[in-house]
Design a binder for this molecule. Structure first.
Ligand code: ADP
Length: 256
């Protein structure tokens, strides 16, 4: 088997909040093209891990690599520019802006300062803007958001808002997509749509995805591998079905 490239590597990442040791040095390696699930009881450190990867709470000990480049210690916007896009557990969209404009925000990390335009190269700036708009249109089509593109995000249902957040992340053309509970608060039908769109995006764009997910049916149907966290420690890792049925994992959920 050909060696697979590691898209994300976490080595001994540690994070404290005051006296609380939230992440106790787990190691992770996520391969390029993989859909990797993070599961575990509430408070086990999943979001904290995501925040160390995306730079919101850099690890106080340990290292994070994106395609072999060390990224821990960089501010979130630099990590985003290096190709990590994320969504949030609670929808974080710009209220009052339309769906289209919210997705366009995802392009900003690729937009050069308007210095070129200021210097009179308006034709160049125009060309760039057209390219950004085209990319956004691709994402709107992929996630079937055509019907709501001009609606303010406030007025559309939660399930669609989460889809807009996914669209904004995809518009950034990430090398690593990080999803924090993409199905939270969704009904069954919305969940099924979201699963479909994540799989479509994964297939069309050849994405690597790290996702926190509570719904075990979702985890077993779309993740290639999972890691289970408990109390800041990785207690199991492997193919989803076997891993979530591991006795140690079952015990962690019961709180034994
Ligand atoms: P999970 O995502 O698995 O539910 P978290 O990573 O959110 O778990 O939380 C892990 C632990 O760290 C919890 O005990 C939580 O209360 C604590 N924690 C997380 N973020 C903060 C913070 N910003 N300040 C203080 N404690 C935090």
């Amino acid at each position: 088997e050909a060696a697979r490239r590691v898209a994300l590597r976490c080595e001994n990442v540690n994070r404290w909040f005051g006296g609380l040791h939230a992440l106790k040095g787990p190691d992770l390696a996520i391969f390029q093209g993989e859909i990797f699930g993070l599961v575990g009881p509430n408070g086990s450190g999943k979001t904290t891990l995501v925040n160390t990867v995306t730079g919101f709470y850099p690890p106080q000990k340990g290292r994070v690599f994106l395609f072999d480049e060390q990224i821990n210690g960089l501010p979130p916007y630099r990590i985003a520019q290096k190709g990590v896009a994320r969504t949030f557990q609670n929808v974080a969209l710009f209220r009052g802006l339309t769906v289209l404009d919210n997705i366009l925000v995802g392009r900003h990390i690729h937009m050069r300062p308007s210095a070129l335009a200021t210097l009179g190269y308006w034709w160049w700036a125009k060309k760039e803007e057209v390219a950004h708009r085209a990319k956004v249109e691709d994402v709107i089509n992929l996630l079937q958001l055509e019907d709501v593109r001009d609606e303010p995000v406030d007025v559309i249902p939660l399930g669609l808002q989460k889809r807009v957040e996914l669209a904004r992340a995809l518009a950034a053309e990430p090398r690593l997509l990080v999803l924090d509970e993409p199905m939270a608060g969704m009904n069954q039908e919305e969940k099924e749509y979201m699963v479909r769109f994540i799989l479509d995006a994964h297939e069309d764009l050849g994405l690597t995805i790290l996702m926190i997910e509570h719904h075990m049916d979702v985890v077993t149907s779309i993740c290639h591998r999972v890691a289970v966290f408990n109390d800041g420690v990785k207690i199991a890792e492997g193919p989803p079905r076997e891993t979530i049925n591991d006795p140690a994992v079952v015990a962690a959920y019961i709180g034994a």
